[in-house]
Design a protein around this ligand. Structure first.
Ligand SMILES: [Zn+2]
Length: 270
């Protein structure tokens, strides 16, 4: 089936509004920063290796970013990683701080902010600078939706501001709630991702077969599910999808401990 036939097939299945032109990472051979829309000469890994362990996955997604944006997130990413690791340790969800956090803690000059807050955290239990964590969750989510859905690509100076950012930790969630959070996303009744976007690798169609004719009458049709992308087991998973109202949702789980959801009001490019 070529692309055109596939488009027609999906149109008949989910309606013509489900299709949009694909957004690419380049225009006229030039790459543009996914965060600010400026011309970019660098590429960055998403998620950042800060949240992963060695050996890193070979096929880590990379996206174009300008030098300024690429650099501007580093210290906040480390802050977020240290917060997760420290809270995990203090809550008894791990036996020790990670070697990575210990290394960061030794490097006072570069990461003073996180170090100071972490020291206070042990005494008062009060961390973090939530704006830093929000900023990183936003950054990660932009990467994921651009990479997966080919949407929300920031061009022409547009910025992408989430309408909602929420995170919680394993401490606050029951096992049942964690399982719910990690469920595959049923997208049969939502906007289908752009044809050819990377997220298609993780779409599954389940077509249940019922034995009795009466039950067939109530069949909702094929159930289309979107699975999570496990970037690295135990460390990082995410899933992103579009709702019918054009909001884009990204769920992220870091170290099986931080559970986040970020919602963007609508895609910039229609
Ligand atoms: Zn930029």
């Amino acid at each position: 089936m070529d692309d055109k036939e596939r488009d027609v097939s999906f149109k008949s299945f989910l309606g013509p509004d489900c299709l949009r032109s694909r957004v690419t990472f380049t225009r006229n051979g030039q790459h543009f920063c996914v965060y600010c829309g400026e011309k970019s000469d660098t590429r960055e890994h998403c998620p950042s290796k800060v949240f992963l362990s060695e050996p890193y996955p070979n096929d880590l997604p990379t996206l174009p970013a300008c030098f300024e944006c690429n650099n501007s997130f580093s210290s906040d990413e480390i802050y977020t990683e240290m917060y997760i690791d420290a809270l995990k340790f203090l809550s008894g969800n791990s036996n020790a701080l990670s070697d990575k956090t210990k290394r960061y803690m030794e490097n006072n000059t570069a990461f003073n902010d996180a170090q100071t807050d972490l020291d206070n955290f042990y005494v008062t239990g009060v961390m973090p600078k939530r704006e830093k964590i929000f900023r990183i969750l936003t950054k990660l989510s932009i990467c994921h939706m651009v990479y997966d859905l080919s949407e929300g690509y920031s061009v022409d100076g547009c910025s992408i501001i989430p309408s909602r950012i929420e995170y919680t930790t394993s401490i606050e969630l029951s096992k049942h709630e964690k399982d719910d959070f990690g469920d595959m996303i049923k997208i049969s009744d939502k906007k289908l991702p752009t044809i050819g976007s990377r997220v298609f690798d993780r779409i599954f169609v389940l077509n249940p077969v019922f034995e009795k004719e009466t039950e067939q009458d109530t069949l909702e049709g094929p159930f289309v599910f979107l699975d999570w992308y496990d970037v690295q087991d135990e460390n990082y998973s995410y899933v992103s999808w579009s709702e019918n109202d054009d909001t884009i949702h990204v769920k992220i789980v870091i170290h099986n401990f931080l559970y986040a959801e970020v919602v963007f009001p609508q895609s910039i490019i229609q």
